[in-house]
Design a protein around this ligand. Structure first.
Ligand code: ZN
Length: 172
């Protein structure tokens, strides 16, 4: 890491200079133009530990807030994915099973008594019940879990980008 030196000004202020500025002139906050000494002269000036200074001062409140926000987004995003993805997987059979074939098989296996119960159920819940059977529900649930998983992934990615952005910004 770059070693910086303190160039004192007559006003009491000290400016940070490094070897690349040797022999040049830099303006002080007081308006004076300070002549940066030669390389040898610079080495005689007091050293500043830039690393320890910058690691504290470069992390602005905005970057800190971005980092925290990113972290929250990632944690929430992972939580949402952890909720949605296993349920999406669990609902997958509903997307693959041939519903009508399955019903034919079920109906063929039913005893007359069970068939009567099934018919009663249909009569009780009406034809609307047909649209609300477990396959329709399963497909709706699956679609909802797919959306949930995608939203969770998006949150995680946005959070990750926010964290990286905050860290890149902090290094400048
Ligand atoms: Zn000055």
């Amino acid at each position: 890491m770059a070693v910086k030196h303190l160039l004192p000004c007559g006003c009491g202020e000290s400016l940070q200079v490094d070897a690349s500025q040797a022999g040049s002139t830099i303006p002080c906050v007081c308006g004076r133009e300070l002549e940066v000494p030669t390389l040898r002269g610079i080495r005689e000036l007091a050293e500043v530990d830039v690393a320890s200074v910058s690691s504290k001062t470069n992390w602005s409140p905005l970057q800190g807030a971005s980092f925290t926000l990113g972290l929250v987004l990632v944690v929430v995003g992972i939580g949402v994915v952890a909720y949605g993805y296993p349920r999406l997987r669990a609902a997958q059979p509903y997307m693959e099973i041939d519903e009508h074939k399955l019903y034919d098989e079920i109906l063929a296996d039913l005893t007359p008594g069970e068939l009567y119960d099934a018919w009663k159920e249909v009569r009780e819940f009406g034809l609307n019940g047909r649209g609300q059977n477990e396959f329709v529900m399963g497909r709706k649930f699956s679609a909802r879990m797919k959306t949930t998983t995608i939203v969770g992934l998006a949150l995680t990615v946005v959070g990750g980008i926010t964290i990286v952005g905050a860290m890149v910004g902090a290094k400048r």
